[in-house]
Design a protein. Structure first.
Length: 291
């Protein structure tokens, strides 16, 4: 993959406090990116696929999806918004170059919002802000925006992190706006802001392979599935790769299958390159945090 091809990727984590509408926003992006399948019912949160998540109405395990817009593949990383799962946020932020911080226009910033923002800025992830639920009668958009600005002043590590776009949205209504005066009814302004403000991934496709395992999945037929971002290098099916673990000797494994994300689906490919977020099979015994 050349640098020009890397320009066609954005890796974006969506972070927020629980119940601030994060999963609903992801669903709206997928729907308008034509990634919604015909049988999905409106109101069914397709990112919450774990039975416990559906029961509790919160996102526990980070999910991956992607949507194409103007020729750019936006890899969406949906992270937990509940304090009980904060460790998951830290790991999956390693896959992101930018983050969309979602704040409720009624509640304003909450303790978990502070945690996830600080984590993003410490990992040098480029932030953008979306104030959600602006259609609520009790919304206090200007006040909440001021609270967000104060929050950034408290947690930013340098002045550059104070320069970020702010959009106003109703995830439930399916629209985002750059100004409260606008009347558009779609997510196009948010898509445009993502392409403009989130940097494309860096990394050398010609360097030795480097991939940090940020998440795991399991399939009855394929076994363990390691999910992570290719930081450097290129990985191909049947490549022999070294698995490095802390306090253990490295082990050798053959990559059996490689998947990238398309909508909510995994699509099999023959190779992946620096900047891609992938799911690999054949790496038995792998753990989160392994390289």
């Amino acid at each position: 993959m050349s640098e020009n091809q890397q320009d066609g990727i954005r890796n974006l984590a969506i972070i927020a406090h629980v119940d601030h509408g994060k999963t609903t926003l992801v669903d709206a992006l997928l729907k308008q990116g034509k990634a919604f399948q015909a049988h999905q019912q409106v109101g069914s949160l397709i990112m919450d696929t774990n039975p416990l998540e559906r029961e509790r109405g919160i996102t526990i395990l980070a999910k991956n999806a992607s949507v194409s817009y103007n020729g750019v593949r936006i890899n969406i990383i949906d992270t937990p918004g509940h304090a009980d799962f904060s460790g998951e946020v830290e790991r999956v932020m390693n896959m992101a170059d930018g983050c969309l911080l979602l704040v409720d226009a009624v509640d304003g910033p909450m303790p978990q919002t502070t945690y996830v923002l600080r984590q993003a800025l410490q990992q040098d992830v480029k932030p953008m802000v979306v104030i959600n639920k602006i259609d609520r009668p009790e919304a206090r958009v200007s006040e909440v925006e001021g609270m967000v600005q104060d929050l950034f002043l408290d947690v930013a590590t340098d002045a550059d992190q104070l320069d970020f776009p702010v959009l106003y949205a109703s995830a439930k209504g399916g629209y985002a706006r750059t100004s409260l005066d606008e009347r558009n009814l779609d997510m196009q302004p948010l898509f445009d802001a993502i392409l403009e403000s989130v940097p494309s991934p860096t990394g050398n496709p010609g360097a030795p392979l480097q991939l940090l395992v940020a998440a795991l999945d399991y399939d009855n037929y394929q076994g363990q599935i390691a999910i992570g971002r290719v930081t450097n290098g290129t990985v191909k099916v049947r490549d022999e790769v070294a698995l490095l673990r802390s306090n253990r000797d490295s082990t050798s494994h053959e990559v059996e299958r490689i998947f990238v994300f398309q909508g909510m689906d995994r699509v099999e490919v023959s190779e992946a390159h620096a900047g891609d977020i992938v799911a690999l099979t054949g790496i038995e015994g792998v753990s989160i945090g392994d390289t």
